[in-house]
Design a protein around this ligand. Structure first.
Ligand SMILES: Cc1ncc(COP(=O)(O)O)c(C=O)c1O
Length: 450
């Protein structure tokens, strides 16, 4: 397939930068939303497309940070939200019918879920509560997290997320705070481990097992793009937690409802004590929750003394969106379609890479993919870090610009080219994307091979 450069003026987005910067930090609303030399400013999103202020319509693989599993502005989901508003349900802060109905449904779906704690914001919220609950339940302070994992904006697990400068393999990665302003004592309580490295888990437990309250793992390490986590690694985490009396927590904020209707870890048979979800479960609307064993969850207030509150907890519009999203996911082949298209996309990219004999690979799981340059396999964040040496981030930027020049949008994320496919995408979209990627491979073959 030949691909045409689509002439796009982005003058409107460029022109807005100065006025936006006057009122928003660098003109955006969060670290990942900046793009060099300026971010596109969007006005609406429908199905698999984003429209910017200049009227450009871009095929999207950002998916609202993975939230839009069904595609943007899905009529049933947004219709349910609109109906809830019309019905006078946009009030917060007291018990409502629908929150329990949604919780019942989630408990039936998720093997670890006997209770659900609906939170008020994004996925960071249930992770915060999970840390506190784990500490309260075990009387211990330390938490284990995977190097390269992102477990929210707060400091509780906010360390060692970005690819490290020291790329040598290690069983005991250092804990590097994600931000200034985090109390050193909070960072000191975090022990980082290497994903897919059983020795790393064993080393941490052997040294400090009696002090570990919980182990936090993403069942697919999407924070570093798309890294599969071995079943054996999850099983070992379970065994060690049981042996030492620690809790196992799966962070399914990104992986959940992206490869199946439920958590990505369920097929492994490893059941965590707690799990956190958000993003795709409400198809772009605000809903995140903590799920877990009854005896543990009942330690949360008001049944227990572990403080749990929030004005917007169980926000009714998010609840309505989640119910409608589940309705669609459970009654249609939407998930299978999104997964099938992702497989087609990844296989197409990998075939193009193989034909050109380049060191690059598209790893994929469910409806999430990541194209890595200058490596042929990424098993942990140190593999990723090694592939980034020698200017790969400049290549990644050039890749995003190439996509943008062909009216395809991918959001910047440190060290990665991570994309999301929705059920609204089509085979034609995917085939065009493969052709655009192939053209990039052709134009940048020397740099990729360097
Ligand atoms: C795996 C994972 N956990 C937690 C979070 C935090 O979720 P939120 O940004 O909605 O607070 C994210 C966000 O990208 C994530 O990818």
């Amino acid at each position: 397939m030949t691909v045409d450069h689509i002439p796009m003026s982005t003058a409107g987005s460029a022109g807005l930068l100065a006025s936006r910067r006057a009122v928003l930090p660098r003109g955006v609303t969060g670290a990942g939303r900046w793009e060099d030399p300026y971010p596109l400013v969007f006005v609406r999103a429908r199905e698999q497309f984003l429209e910017d202020v200049d009227g450009n319509v871009l095929l999207d693989f950002h998916g609202g940070y993975g939230t839009a599993i069904l595609g943007y502005s899905h009529p049933e989901v947004d219709g349910a939200v609109a109906a809830a508003m019309t019905d006078g349900r946009s009030f917060v802060g007291c018990a409502q019918i629908h929150e329990a109905r949604l919780a019942e449904r989630l408990c039936a779906l998720l093997p670890e879920a006997e209770r659900i704690a609906l939170c008020g914001g994004g996925g960071s919220d249930p992770l915060y509560h999970a840390v506190r609950l784990a500490r309260a339940a075990t009387g211990r302070q330390k938490v284990v997290k995977v190097e390269g994992g992102y477990q929210g904006w707060h400091g509780e697990l906010g360390a060692s997320t970005t690819p490290p400068a020291d790329t040598a393999p290690t069983h005991v990665p250092p804990t590097v705070p994600n931000s200034p302003g985090i109390l050193p004592a909070v960072t000191d309580a975090i022990l980082a481990v290497t994903v897919n490295d059983p020795e790393s888990l064993r080393a941490r437990f052997a040294a400090e097992g009696e002090q570990i309250a919980a182990v936090f793992v993403e069942p697919v390490l999407h924070s570093s793009g798309c890294i599969s986590v071995d079943d054996g690694y999850l099983m070992l985490a379970r065994e060690l937690c049981d042996a030492y009396g620690a809790l196992l927590v799966f962070d399914e904020v990104l992986s959940g409802f992206r490869s199946r209707v439920g958590g990505a870890a369920a097929p492994t048979g490893v059941v965590p004590d707690l799990a956190t979800y958000g993003k795709a479960v409400a198809n772009g609307h605000v809903l995140a929750f903590l799920a877990g064993r009854g005896a543990l969850m009942d330690q949360l207030a008001p049944s227990g003394d572990v403080f749990f509150s929030g004005t917007f907890n169980g926000g009714p519009l998010g609840v309505a969106a989640a119910e409608a999203t589940l309705d669609v996911l459970q009654s249609t082949d939407a998930m299978d379609r999104a997964i099938g298209l992702t497989t087609r996309l990844a296989e197409g990219m990998n075939a193009a890479i193989a034909t050109r004999g380049l060191p690059a690979v598209c790893q994929h799981h469910g409806s999430v993919w990541n194209l890595y340059f200058r490596t042929t396999a990424v098993r942990d964040v140190r593999d990723l870090a090694r592939s980034l040496q020698g200017g790969t981030e400049a290549l990644n930027l050039a890749f995003r610009h190439h996509l943008r020049d062909h009216a395809i949008f991918l959001q910047r994320r440190v060290g990665t080219n991570r994309g999301f496919v929705s059920a609204a995408h089509t085979e034609a979209d995917v085939d065009r994307a493969i052709a655009v990627v192939d053209q990039f491979l052709e134009h940048h073959a020397e740099e990729i091979a360097a």
